[in-house]
Design a protein around this ligand. Structure first.
Ligand code: PMP
Length: 424
């Protein structure tokens, strides 16, 4: 891709400006900000509004109306054991949010030493986490909330840049954790290679209490019929003698009902005992009626997979529209590159350095709301000002198409303006 000569550049800019003015004139009001399921996806779980149909006894005889059962219904844990790669006896089924479990795990680690720790994290002079970028803004918000320093690590097509990760964790005992979204990562859709998983599990760390926060939020959220497989992190940790290294999280937020699903925590037995010991002070037990209705609704792992295929039928056309429109409008221009995810909820769009913030504001002025530029980086600061997260699941297909067409115009406008200035 060679940069066009100045007159061609001016013509491109004029075209983009005309298109942009027409876009603003349309008075759109569209929202591509958050990765929420669309109402039609929530409708797929409509039966949950009536289940468990007056029943309250779990297959093992548990009276789900009552207190207790801190680890959650066993039969439900069995359904998610395979997809989350955690033996059912090491899996905890909880209430509605895995983010809450990540929050609690950090709070527990601050206040009660994790297995293998010399002291609790609150007594450390400094606690730092590695943050693969681009990444999930709510992970970063948790770190900010608890004063945990964030150290960005670049993502590669195979996951975090492991040479960087290995060097950092080997040399700094205050690095206590790393955020990982191993499958269809938020926002770039990356899936970690087996080699990355093996190296994460096996790398020497200066901190004896280093933890991998393995947020497998998109474990069953495939956009193609060929589900991508990832290596088993708990098995890899055990095989390298770092048995307690990984904490696994997941939920049904984007399987059943985003606000009323079931979240899961899984790990090695010592960590599960530590986690449940801390959690026992916080609650007498989870919402087991919600577990029961999920069990009745999903039935088994096959039922879960069949349900996810119905989600795919709704959201795949939206991802296809994003890909088609970005290719048509920006392909071959050298103005942008973007991810082509095989699952998950996001597309990551990279524009020329220094342009992301302006693209987002131009889009906002044209009635297209995007996640703020920088949100994919710790402290909201994308030093290259380059990455924009696109979340196409929630709006109707026609709105996704209109929003991405508008976004492409904003990219053309801002990027050609930058090129023109550089050529002056
Ligand atoms: N982790 C990731 C990577 C996510 O993208 C999201 C939702 N956007 C969550 C966690 C939130 O999960 P939950 O609804 O279970 O709290």
């Amino acid at each position: 891709m060679t940069t066009p000569d100045p007159s061609e550049l001016t013509a491109q800019y004029d075209r983009a400006l005309r298109d942009y003015d027409a876009l603003v004139g349309r008075g759109l009001s569209l929202d591509l900000t958050r990765g929420k399921p669309a109402p039609e996806q929530l409708d797929l779980a409509a039966d949950l509004l009536t289940l468990p149909n007056g029943e309250y006894t779990a297959p093992d005889g548990t009276d789900c109306r009552n207190y207790g059962g801190l680890q959650g219904l066993r039969e439900l844990r069995e359904i998610f054991s395979g997809p989350l790669q955690v033996p059912a006896e090491q899996l905890v089924a909880s209430d509605n949010s895995s983010l809450a479990l990540m929050h609690d795990s950090i709070v527990h680690a601050l206040l009660s030493p994790v297995p293998g720790a010399v002291r609790r994290w609150a007594d450390e002079p400094r606690v730092a986490f590695l943050c693969p970028v681009p990444g999930y803004d709510r992970h970063f918000a948790l770190c900010e909330r608890f004063g945990i320093e964030m150290i960005p690590v670049p993502m590669t097509p195979d996951g975090p840049d492991m040479a960087v990760v290995e060097e950092l964790v080997a040399g700094d005992a205050q690095i206590k954790g790393i955020w990982c979204v191993p499958k269809y990562s938020n926002p770039d859709g990356t899936t970690y290679s087996d080699e990355t998983v093996r190296r994460l599990a096996g790398m020497p760390t200066a901190a004896p209490d280093f933890r991998i926060f393995w947020d497998n939020a998109y474990a069953v959220h495939d956009l193609t019929e060929d589900a991508v497989q990832i290596a088993d992190i708990l098995a890899a940790c055990a095989a390298s003698g770092n048995t307690d290294r990984a904490l696994v999280f997941g939920s049904t937020s984007k399987v059943t009902l985003a606000g009323s699903g079931v979240a899961f925590f899984g790990s090695a037995p010592d960590n599960v005992a530590w986690y449940l010991g801390c959690t026992a002070k916080r609650t007498i037990g989870p919402d087991k009626l919600n577990h029961l209705r999920h069990l009745k609704f999903l039935r088994d792992e096959d039922g879960l997979r069949a349900h996810m295929a119905r989600h795919r039928a709704i959201i795949r056309p939206k991802f296809d529209a994003v890909e088609r429109i970005l290719s048509e409008q920006l392909g071959g221009t050298g103005l942008a590159s973007w991810s082509k995810p095989l699952g998950g909820y996001f597309v990551s769009l990279d524009v020329p350095e220094g342009c992301a913030g302006q693209v987002v504001s131009r889009a906002a002025a044209a009635g297209i709301a995007l996640t703020p530029a920088g949100a994919t980086h710790p402290y909201g600061d994308d030093p290259a000002d380059r990455t924009i997260r696109v979340a196409p699941t929630y709006p109707a297909l026609g709105d996704v198409a209109a929003a991405v067409e508008g976004l492409a115009i904003c990219v053309r406008l801002v990027a050609t303006e930058q090129r023109l200035k550089a050529a002056e």
